[in-house]
Design a protein around this ligand. Structure first.
Ligand code: SAM
Length: 287
């Protein structure tokens, strides 16, 4: 659909794009096709689309993939598609909040790790990314259109100000690749920011981490970045975060071969993995 078709459809139904739901609809069919191609979708794939909207991405996806399971939270949009029946037959629309989706259950239903695709509403990007990390074992790939600034954080290098919790967590279980830059003129209404399409490819066996290790890694990374200007010795022993006192924190840093004066942003993914192991050993030592 182009911009005037979208405007007409919304006006006829007395609707306006919802800011709260991040409804910036894609109005360039060619771009939607490029996203599907760049995502490497094949005719064998079942793809889970998050936030179907008026179907700009859904249609080219359905033309390539075997099946599309589309989640959408807006009851008005669901009603429109049900009445209008304009989506291809291999699209299964589900009225569901993407943040409540159970990706493990969806993967079991599909019979394989999931391919996910979305032009994401900005407000849910961060919680969704954390959810993907949590449910990483159920996911093969997520191709996501997100704010450029968030994409920069996900691909940031240690030492930069964009480097943070999500960079590290995703770095331990996936590789993140920038696919396309997309300007505001490709959407209606026009957003204030540039967007980037990224592909997150989850490793099959995430860095030999057990679930317990991963939960602890998350706590270590959170504690280290919570006060990112502090040295690691201070940030990791502050508050109740990890349950380690200053001496235990110093011992863990020494065992991991990390300078206690470093800050969170100085550590790469491997450093955080070693540090988590050392913290785990400290926590297991009798008091
Ligand atoms: N895929 C369409 C496109 O590219 O034009 C729509 C993209 S629009 C940026 C985001 C879509 O996600 C909207 O249709 C919005 O209603 C929907 N949405 C917002 N929050 C959601 C949520 N929590 N769960 C499911 N869908 C949501």
């Amino acid at each position: 659909m182009n911009q005037s078709e979208i405007k007409k459809l919304l006006t006829e139904r007395g609707l306006a794009p919802s800011k709260q739901l991040g409804q910036n609809f894609l109005i360039q069919p060619v771009l939607a096709e490029r996203i599907v191609t760049a995502g490497g979708i094949t005719p064998d794939d079942t793809v889970v689309e998050l936030g179907v909207g008026l179907g700009a991405l859904t249609r080219p996806l359905a033309a390539t993939a075997a099946r599309v399971i589309g989640l959408e939270i807006d009851a008005g949009i669901i009603k429109y598609h049900r009445e209008h029946q304009g989506l291809p037959a291999n699209v299964e629309l589900r009225h569901q909040d993407l943040l409540r989706a159970d990706f493990a259950a969806l993967a079991a239903e599909v019979g394989t790790r999931l391919k996910i695709m979305a032009n994401l509403p900005y407000a849910v990007t961060n919680p969704l990314l954390f959810k993907l990390v949590e449910q990483r074992r159920a996911i093969r790939q997520a191709v996501l259109m997100i704010q450029k600034e968030v994409a920069q954080r996900l691909t940031a290098r240690p030492g930069s100000k964009e480097y943070g919790v999500l960079t590290v967590l995703l770095g331990t279980c996936a590789t993140v690749q920038r696919l396309l830059e997309v300007g505001p003129g490709n959407f209606y209404p026009r957003p204030k920011v540039d967007s980037v399409v990224i592909a997150i490819n989850f490793h099959e066996q995430p860095a030999a981490l057990t679930e317990v290790d991963f939960a602890l890694l998350r706590r270590v990374v959170d504690s280290a970045f919570r006060q990112r200007r502090k040295t690691l010795l201070n940030s990791l022993s502050a508050g109740a975060g990890l349950g380690l006192d200053r001496n235990q924190t110093a011992a863990a840093l020494a065992a991991a071969g990390i300078d206690p004066r470093f800050r969170a942003e100085n550590l790469d993914t491997e450093d955080f993995l070693r540090l988590t192991k050392a913290v785990s050993e400290q926590l297991q030592k009798p008091a």
